[in-house]
Design a protein. Structure first.
Ligand SMILES: Nc1nc2c(ncn2[C@@H]2O[C@H](COP(=O)(O)OP(=O)(O)OP(=O)(O)O)[C@@H](O)[C@H]2O)c(=O)[nH]1
Ligand SMILES: [Mg+2]
Lengths: 386, 599
């Protein structure tokens, strides 16, 4: 298989980054910023121009998925969302069954815009519910209440075919029993998809400061792992098994956009701090744009993309990236594709050792991390690749 | 060739840090050997490792030209020596190449353990000794008191001790005059067959093997065919020269002179320090007595982290050994570590310096195993064998008894720390031999089993006395001991490189401490890793490294790929610094650090 066609195995997606939030959450290390005023026209024009430039170097492709992430893309004017989708449709070919997802905050203000987003072409929302109790929502710095989230969620269900929501668990002071109850409640509410993330303290966040000062208590590693195990068991029972480390779905309701990442397909990253992986004539490249919103906007007005650099990815690194993404999936990674990408097979002795330890399973050319292997994925990869 | 009457050869000896190298700096400067611009502090400490640690490791020779008060031109050959006990062999080697010693004593600290040790060596070498009281610029300097101390403790006349500040240059004229007037000129017959003592040799990237010689009789010239008498090798001389300290070629070297030669020497083994160099034709009949071989007292295994680097290690070890006759090595194989070398050293600092030089100068990552001493095994069948490596321990059923080496240690320490020193020696199975006072300082003599000293005795001594104690030792002989081999099992497999010989009474605490240390040193794995210490089949201590429970990142999307890959690359690089035993990765530094005791 030539590198040029490799990406086709996993599809082609477009990611749009909207960097603005109404408030910065204390746990979030994403590229998000609070601005009193956003020049909506400038931003819309810049995004449209960036898309055109990206399309010019990936001509003729069929876009399978579009994803609006952030920041808080539900703060975007629906006209901007419409302009973006329209541009994608015009510049590339948009698949007739394209999945177009937008991340949304579950507040009444944003719920009011759902119909307009839908009219613009969005067919899936992913809502940042985060917790189903008000005290914790407050501690997480969220601006919504549980009641408000539930109301927004009901509106979303009625507007969109597909709705997912996020929860954060292993939160400060949370016990396993408490989480089990909360998860059951969430499953009752869920439509077809859930993202369940363990709280991690990221460097540079307010939580990191509090944690350092001893003002924020996390569950022990053991308790957090027990919560992870409970999550797998409960979701499985409820018919929403994990298809990836933190993502659960009913059959056929997986996030197709995110699967492009995990299958190591091609994707365009547009907007500040967006990353892409593109197979071009000269090989596979990693793209990255300017991080700060204003810096990106200015750069994009000069070069259309707001690029912060592009680097060629060596075959060996491509194989590594494929493996580290794909082993997150319950379906596992294809050894043949690993070898085709990097030009060398994985060490069979290592595989055998890890199979013996119950960390891996091999089915034909498919290499699968077991439940045990998946939660130790970092150690597993280090072992597998040395 | 200089007339022998106008030559003076001397070594500068002292306890560590008393200012030998700084004194050498001033003498070089005074006599114009180096210009102001070329001068640096402790200019003779030329290795990076010497500069960083501020200590001299290798003795260095310099020739100075000096016009004395009597109007005569003199050639002075100075050898700056190291002060630390582990490099005492460098000092004794140097002393045999010269006729006198400047005994430098820090006028604020006074006589220390190596001051004593060096004086005894100088007396043994028949040296004229000139005491120099250095650092008199320090407010705490008490030259008068120290003078009396030298006379009381050492028993040599110090009434004409020279007062200097090597830092400011004070007293340098006096030093130079004393060298000329108080030290004897060398003897030697210029017409006799060449007899030169091979004092030192080292590998130079440009010149190949460089040999430092002291001419006893005859003369050494470029183009001569020379023979190393003991090695039996013959080479034509390419270059002859002296150090000023820069390398300067000369036509010939005559009796009493010190200098270097190069001779396209390919076989590193042909240049053994202490050998005698003569001419191939009409050479000397009898070699010089040469040097007493140094006796390594501490042994450890050295292995490349990457087994593929063994041949590189071999080349590096050969080159380094050329430059350090007190370092011995032979190939060793370990079940766990593969090919490496069993190396012998004069002490732990020596071990540390050699391994650091191998890593730095030759760019090889090393695993150093637990240091051990040489045990004598007296077998039931009446035979006797030496054991340098705990991994070679014979079947205990066949051993009648084991003997271990003991040392006699001399420790000088201010009064207030005496109690701590006695306690430390006692803990290490020491037997007190003597305790005397010189003013407010105590001099304790202890007999100690070397295996209790080898590892961290010196560090502990420094820490309990806040650095105020000084320490010197000599090997005292072998005595039977109740010794056992303690094996360490990691994940139920014995790791031979971690086994140690211990006194039975110390086995349990030692085993516990090693298991605890290893628990900290070995990273968590995907499975739990038991660590056990065992004597024979009996487990005497155990710890368990719990399994990693969960390390996967919660979120990994399109923007996280590059970062994740770089993180993984880092992790992989970290793994390269470890060696795999069975399924367990053990970091390279664990082998040595597992032995460090906290108290
Ligand atoms: N104040 C003062 N300091 C001095 C004098 N001579 C040397 N020193 C300092 O003492 C320290 C040790 O000096 P060195 O010349 O390296 O001592 P050394 O005896 O060669 O040490 P080793 O080779 O390690 O045994 C350095 O910091 C010097 O600057 C002196 O006369 N006065
Ligand atoms: Mg020195």
């Amino acid at each position: 298989m030539s590198g040029v066609t490799d990406w086709r195995k996993a599809g082609f997606g477009v990611y749009i980054h909207w960097p603005f939030c109404a408030a910065k959450c204390p746990y979030c290390d994403f590229n998000s910023h609070v601005r009193r005023e956003v020049d909506q026209t400038r931003w819309r024009d810049a995004l449209v121009r960036a898309l055109k430039a990206e399309a010019a170097r990936t001509p003729g492709r069929i876009v399978d998925t579009v994803f609006f992430g952030g920041g808080t893309p539900s703060l975007m004017p629906p006209e901007t969302v419409a302009a973006v989708i329209e541009t994608i449709r015009n510049e590339w070919t948009l698949a007739s069954d394209a999945e177009i997802t937008l991340e949304a905050n579950p507040t009444s203000v944003e719920a009011g815009k759902f119909r307009a987003f839908s009219a613009a072409g969005v067919n899936r929302v992913s809502m940042g519910v985060q917790a189903l109790n008000d005290t914790d929502l407050k501690a997480l710095g969220r601006m919504h209440s549980v009641a408000e989230a539930r109301a927004a969620f009901e509106i979303a269900r009625s507007v969109f075919d597909r709705v997912s929501f996020d929860l954060i668990y292993a939160r400060m002071g949370q016990g396993v029993g408490q989480w089990r109850a909360e998860l059951r409640e969430a499953l009752d509410m869920a439509v077809d998809h859930l993202s369940l993330y363990q709280l991690t303290i990221e460097a540079g966040t307010r939580f990191a400061d509090l944690y350092r000062l001893g003002k924020l208590k996390k569950p022990t590693d053991e308790a957090a792992a027990a919560m992870y195990d409970a999550t797998q068991e409960i979701c499985e029972e409820a018919g929403m098994p994990a298809y990836e480390i933190s993502n659960h779905a009913r059959p056929d309701a997986q996030s197709r956009h995110n699967l492009i990442y995990w299958h190591y397909g091609d994707y365009v990253g547009v907007g500040p701090g967006a990353h892409g992986r593109l197979t071009l004539e000269r090989g596979r490249v990693a793209t990255e744009t300017m991080l700060a919103p204003e810096a990106w906007l200015e750069a994009a007005e000069r070069d259309a993309i707001g690029s912060a650099g592009e680097t060629a990815i060596t075959p060996e690194d491509q194989a590594t990236e494929y493996l580290l993404m794909c082993l997150r999936l319950r379906e596992g990674a294809d050894l043949a594709r690993y070898e085709a990408l990097g030009g060398a097979a994985l060490n069979p002795a290592r595989i055998a050792e890890l199979v013996g330890d119950g960390m891996l399973e091999q089915k034909g050319t498919q290499l699968i991390a077991t439940a045990q292997g998946r939660i130790l994925l970092n150690a597993l990869l280090a072992k597998l690749l040395t | 060739m200089t007339k022998t009457e106008n030559i003076r050869n001397f070594s500068i000896v002292a306890h560590i840090d008393h200012g030998k190298s700084t004194l050498a700096d001033r003498l070089i400067q005074m006599t114009g050997g180096l210009s102001e611009r070329e001068m640096t502090e402790q200019v003779l400490d030329s290795m990076d490792i010497e500069k960083e640690r501020g200590i001299t490791i290798k003795a260095q020779t310099v020739r100075l030209d000096y016009k004395a008060a009597d109007g005569e031109e003199y050639v002075l050959n100075l050898i700056d020596t190291p002060g630390h006990v582990d490099f005492a062999y460098e000092v004794s080697k140097s002393m045999q190449a010269v006729e006198g010693s400047l005994l430098v004593v820090d006028a604020s600290q006074g006589v220390e353990a190596q001051t004593l040790a060096n004086v005894y060596q100088a007396i043994e070498a028949d040296h004229e000794i000139v005491p120099v009281l250095n650092k008199i610029d320090l407010p705490a300097a008490e030259p008068e008191r120290i003078c009396t101390q030298i006379e009381d403790v050492i028993g040599i006349d110090a009434s004409e001790a020279i007062h200097t500040s090597a830092k400011s240059g004070l007293g340098m004229e006096d030093v130079l005059e004393a060298i000329v007037t108080r030290l004897p000129a060398p003897k030697g017959d210029p017409d006799a067959p060449l007899k030169a003592l091979l004092v030192d040799s080292w590998y130079d990237a440009y010149l190949g093997v460089v040999v430092l010689v002291r001419i006893m009789d005859g003369s050494l010239k470029k183009g001569q065919k020379i023979t190393m008498m003991r090695a039996g090798a013959t080479y034509p001389v390419d270059r002859v020269g002296v150090f000023t300290p820069k390398m300067v070629q000369v036509d010939e070297l005559g009796p009493g002179e010190l200098g270097f030669l190069t001779a396209s020497i390919k076989q590193v083994r042909d240049t053994n320090v202490g050998d005698t160099i003569t001419t191939e034709r009409a050479g000397a009949d009898e070699p010089l007595p040469g040097y007493q071989p140094s006796v390594p007292v501490v042994f450890c295994g050295i292995f490349p982290v990457d087994a593929a680097e063994f041949e590189d290690l071999r080349a590096a070890v050969d080159k380094l050994a050329l430059n350090d006759a007190s370092f011995s090595h032979e190939v060793e194989t370990s079940a766990a570590l593969g090919f490496g070398f069993r190396c012998g050293f004069l002490g732990l600092l020596h071990l540390e310096i050699i391994t650091e030089r191998l890593e730095r100068e030759y760019d090889i990552s090393l695993i150093t195993t637990a240091p051990s001493v040489v045990y004598k095994m007296l077998m039931k069948d009446g035979t006797e064998m030496e054991m340098h490596n705990p991994a070679d321990m014979p079947d205990v059923m066949k051993i009648e008894h084991i003997e271990e080496p003991w040392i006699k240690a001399t420790i000088l320490v201010p009064d207030e720390y005496l109690g701590d020193v006695l306690k430390l020696c006692q803990e290490r199975r020491g037997v007190q031999v003597d305790l005397t006072y010189a003013g407010t300082r105590a001099m304790v003599v202890y007999k100690l089993p070397l295996n209790e000293v080898v590892f961290d005795f010196y560090d502990r001594l420094k820490s309990v006395t806040k650095g105020y104690a000084s320490f010197d030792y000599s090997i005292d002989g072998y005595e039977p001991g109740n010794l056992v081999k303690m094996a360490v099992l990691v994940n139920d497999e014995p790791v031979d490189a971690l086994s140690v010989i211990v006194h039975r009474d110390k086995a349990e605490p030692r085993g516990r401490s090693m298991c605890e240390k290893l628990k900290e040193l070995i990273p968590q794995h995907m499975f739990k890793v038991p660590i056990q210490a065992a004597i024979g089949g009996r487990i005497i201590a155990r710890e368990t490294i719990s399994a990693l429970r969960k390390d996967v990142t919660a979120k990994c999307y399109g923007g996280d790929v590059s970062r994740k890959r770089k993180l993984l690359d880092k992790q992989k690089a970290g793994k390269k610094k470890m060696r795999q035993f069975g399924k367990v990765d053990i970091p390279q530094e664990a082998f040595i650090n597992a032995l460090k005791m906290d108290s």
